[in-house]
Design a protein around this ligand. Structure first.
Ligand SMILES: O=C(O)CCC(=O)C(=O)O
Ligand SMILES: [Fe+2]
Length: 329
């Protein structure tokens, strides 16, 4: 079935998020990779979200970064503000509670975070080679082990992201290498996040992270087990819970993939509310396209019945506009 036809009959009023086993993602057998791609295609067209099981990132790497993140957030506020992301042009470093606002109708995001991009584990003082035009990371000098744990986790998850691009290409009936040159020079951004408890308060104006879609190609999110917080909006405007599923990451498509596919792959709106009585941690990785990659539609996504929906701009122009909108930066 053609992509456009699949999009016409999409079931976007989902009530659950599919779980997809990716243990065979590197199979030598193309038919096995294609079968996985078709499962992912359905999830991308109908939901825009899915969980991946058997992703291969060791628990120890995840747990180590979680432990170091907890230590980081427990630092005195003065230490954290010393590396505040608004104090540098790079936007890397600490973001305080309510300093971001993902939902223009909201009163700020009730979360604090630390944002960074990849850099070589060694030597310490080297900037990443990237055309992302963002610059250096802003690490906390008090916690030397934080940096190493963060980068180890980062590279493990970036590897999962690199395996997903060829599968997305197959899902779109394209050659597996199709996205290589559009993504080979991109700096993936990672954030480690802490949401204070809201104790049952679910005011729509100030919540953990207000309703938004992500800006990049796709996001790989680790969420803390046992605490329900993430919710995804279906086409009936109902919020569907995306509870943590142990051993999985949540993958959601972002606006860059929606633009590449003329809206056939969904960049679905979501939010997080920590209604529990304890802090909740999550760690998203945003996999984007190269800064200068054009977000023009890939073959098979535009027809007279499905005209072009988006203005064609570069990934960099798109992300810069969103940064200004969200962080006033
Ligand atoms: O913390 C979560 O569950 C979601 C985070 C999120 O949507 C984001 O950072 O874009
Ligand atoms: Fe998000």
């Amino acid at each position: 079935m053609s992509l456009i036809h699949s999009a016409e009959i999409a079931q976007t009023s989902f009530h659950t998020i599919p779980i997809i086993d990716i243990s065979h993602i590197t199979s030598n057998d193309l038919s096995v990779r294609r079968a996985l791609a078709m499962e992912i295609r359905d999830a991308c067209i109908n939901v825009g979200f899915f969980y991946v099981a058997n992703h291969g990132v060791p628990d120890t790497i995840i747990e180590d970064f979680l432990t170091r993140s907890k230590e980081f957030f427990a630092l005195p506020i003065e230490s954290k503000l010393k590396i505040g992301n608004k104090s540098t042009s790079s936007m890397m470093g600490y973001s305080a509670l309510l300093s971001g606002n993902n939902d223009p109708n909201g009163g700020g995001d009730l979360q604090e975070g630390f944002e960074f991009i990849g850099e070589p584990l060694d030597p310490l003082d080297q900037c990443p080679e990237t055309n992302h035009s963002i610059g250096c990371n802003n690490w906390p000098s008090e916690l030397p082990k934080f940096r190493e744990a963060a980068l180890r986790y980062y590279f493990a998850v970036v590897n999962v992201g690199k395996l997903l691009f060829p599968i997305f290409a197959l899902a779109l009936d394209l050659e597996e290498e199709f996205f290589d040159e559009k993504t080979n020079n991109a700096a993936a951004l990672m954030r480690t996040l802490r949401y204070p408890p809201q104790e049952g308060r679910t005011s729509d104006s100030v919540i953990g992270i207000g309703a938004h879609s992500d800006w990049e190609c796709f996001t790989i999110l680790w969420q803390e087990p046992s605490i329900q917080a993430l919710q995804v909006l279906n086409s009936e405007e109902k919020w569907i819970n995306a509870p943590p599923v142990p051993g999985t990451f949540v993958i959601n498509l972002g606006d860059q993939f929606a633009r590449w596919t003329n809206g056939i792959f969904k960049s679905t709106v979501h939010r997080a509310i920590n209604a529990s009585s304890v802090c909740r941690y999550s760690i998203p990785l945003f996999m984007g396209a190269n800064w200068d990659a054009r977000l023009d539609p890939v073959p098979g996504c535009v027809s007279p019945a499905r005209p072009l929906q988006y203005e064609i701009i570069t990934a960099g122009e798109y992300v810069k506009a969103k940064l200004v909108e969200t962080y006033n930066h």
